[in-house]
Design a binder for this molecule. Structure first.
Ligand SMILES: [Zn+2]
Length: 169
């Protein structure tokens, strides 16, 4: 499946599908089953969160272009500044397994918070502006965003190649 293309065979024309399509416009198409799987995976992995200092437990799940799902949790440290968020752990797991393009991210917290700024920047490295971001609490999917909504006018590798066309990219 190429970048930004939905597999018509995977489409499920439920009213939920239509509402997502209407809401997100040109957004990446993922199936209702994929969306539900991502949300459940993010909520389930939250139990592995290592957050002895903040007590703020976060789980994340990302869907790679290959169709595989990778999960992550926040991992804190006694040296506070070394803490890393669940979204970045999940994305780094995906990238280290060979993924280079992420289609959707789900993040589950106690209160349904959105990803922090650092994670938004990392998400923008591997997801297009229409990548789907699912924000959940421990029980439900609460909100859907596109990557572009969460990080408009993002700084990306394109900025670098504009200045240095012969660069590493
Ligand atoms: Zn973060």
């Amino acid at each position: 499946m190429g970048r930004g293309m939905a597999n018509p065979g995977l489409r499920v024309f439920s009213r939920f599908w239509r509402s997502r399509e209407m809401y997100l416009g040109m957004a990446q198409m993922i199936t209702t089953q994929q969306e539900e799987h991502l949300v459940k995976a993010a909520q389930a992995v939250r139990r592995n969160s290592y957050a002895p200092y903040s007590g703020y437990r976060v789980g994340a799940a990302v869907l790679g272009e290959s169709g595989r799902v990778y999960t992550g949790v926040n991992v804190e440290n006694a040296s506070y500044g070394l803490a890393v968020c669940a979204e970045r752990v999940a994305i780094w797991k995906a990238v280290s397994e060979g993924e280079r393009h992420i289609l959707a991210v789900a993040v589950a917290t106690e209160d349904g918070s959105t990803p922090c700024g650092a994670c938004r920047q990392v998400m923008a490295e591997f997801g297009d502006a229409d990548m789907l971001v699912l924000v959940c609490d421990g029980k439900s999917l609460l909100r859907r965003f596109s990557m572009g909504e969460l990080l408009p006018a993002a700084f990306t590798g394109e900025n670098l190649t504009r200045v240095n066309p012969g660069g590493a990219l």
